[in-house]
Design a binder for this molecule. Structure first.
Ligand code: CP
Length: 310
């Protein structure tokens, strides 16, 4: 694997190898006082975030540091991007400075693929940490890791992805990855928050959350992405919450074993009730925890060659 740009086209074997490595790393580090492996000593990882992030940026930084890589964070405001330097020149500069891996988040869909094409003559790997409304592959991998942990596997499982599918790179990556790993996906959203062409996706579509909940193994609530809705959004926040918010009453409709996920950041009270987000049924902090191990596994598969994981 040279780059990780999307879950579209990621094979079942590769995805499973990354998830297995993440699980092995988690077990290796469990209970250790010093969480430091020598695996990526001498490697340089640069995070380049053109959009805000808490979970993804921090967990990539921790992942790199726990594997002994040198990790450098670049943001648009503190770099020469603020003087007008292009994405291409910034990427070529970072590669020339010695980056073994560039992790990029960018508001434009397709930015990570462009970056990888500009760096094709170099040794530098690219990881997509979220590009516009396109994909967020490491989020889908950490979601799959969490579901595997809670449900024991994904083959034949039914997962509802609920809410603002239209603007969600998390939804797109999850549709590709979950179906590759053998799950059935049902998208539950108002018609105004579904993309054109969704009928050609390998999913079923529903507008009625209450009708779906009793038959799913997991429900993945999405963030409503107001920053991508320049003309406001319909339904209103109140209508959305009534029709699609995961309330305590809706939690009771789920089978006992079913898991609640949210990629964060959450809009509590609108997308999900606080009591649901904080309940033992929710795996939201597990998702964050697994995000570190999954991102360690991704860096390992990109950068460690034949070396042992631990
Ligand atoms: N889920 C996710 O991508 O969160 P951040 O925007 O905080 O990285």
């Amino acid at each position: 694997m040279k780059h990780l740009l999307s879950c579209d086209g990621l094979s079942r074997d590769t995805a499973t190898a990354v998830l297995d490595t993440a699980e092995a790393l988690k077990q290796t580090l469990l209970g250790r006082e010093v969480r430091k492996l020598p695996t990526l000593r001498g490697r340089t990882v640069i995070t380049m975030f053109y959009e805000n992030s808490t979970r993804t940026r921090v967990s990539f930084e921790i992942a790199g540091k726990w594997m002994s890589a040198d990790v450098i964070n670049v943001s648009s405001s503190g770099s020469s991007v603020s003087k007008g330097e292009s994405l291409r020149d910034t990427a070529l500069t970072l590669a020339a400075a010695g980056a073994d891996c560039v992790i990029v988040r960018h508001p434009a869909s397709g930015a990570a693929h462009r970056l990888a094409s500009w760096l094709s003559g170099t040794h530098t790997s690219v990881v997509n940490a979220g590009d516009g409304m396109h994909e967020h592959p490491t989020q889908a991998l950490l979601d799959a890791a969490t579901l595997r942990e809670r449900l024991g596997g994904l083959d034949g499982r039914r997962i509802a992805i609920v809410g603002d599918v239209l603007h969600s790179r998390v939804a797109r990556s999850n549709v590709h990855l979950l179906t590759t790993l053998g799950a059935e996906v049902v998208l539950v959203a108002p018609p105004t928050l579904l993309p054109a062409g969704v009928n050609s996706w390998p999913v079923t579509v529903s507008h009625e959350l209450d009708a779906e909940l009793s038959a799913v193994d997991a429900v993945m609530m999405l963030r409503v992405q107001a920053e991508r809705m320049h003309g406001g959004f319909f339904p209103s926040a109140r209508e959305y919450s009534i029709a699609y918010g995961l309330s305590e009453a809706r939690l009771r409709l789920l089978p006992d074993h079913a898991v609640v996920l949210h990629p964060g950041p959450m809009l509590r009270g609108m997308e999900i009730a606080s009591t649901v987000a904080d309940s033992p049924r929710a795996a939201i902090t597990d998702q964050v925890r697994n995000g570190v191990h999954v991102r360690m596994a991704v860096l390992y598969h990109l950068l460690a060659g034949e070396e042992e994981v631990a």
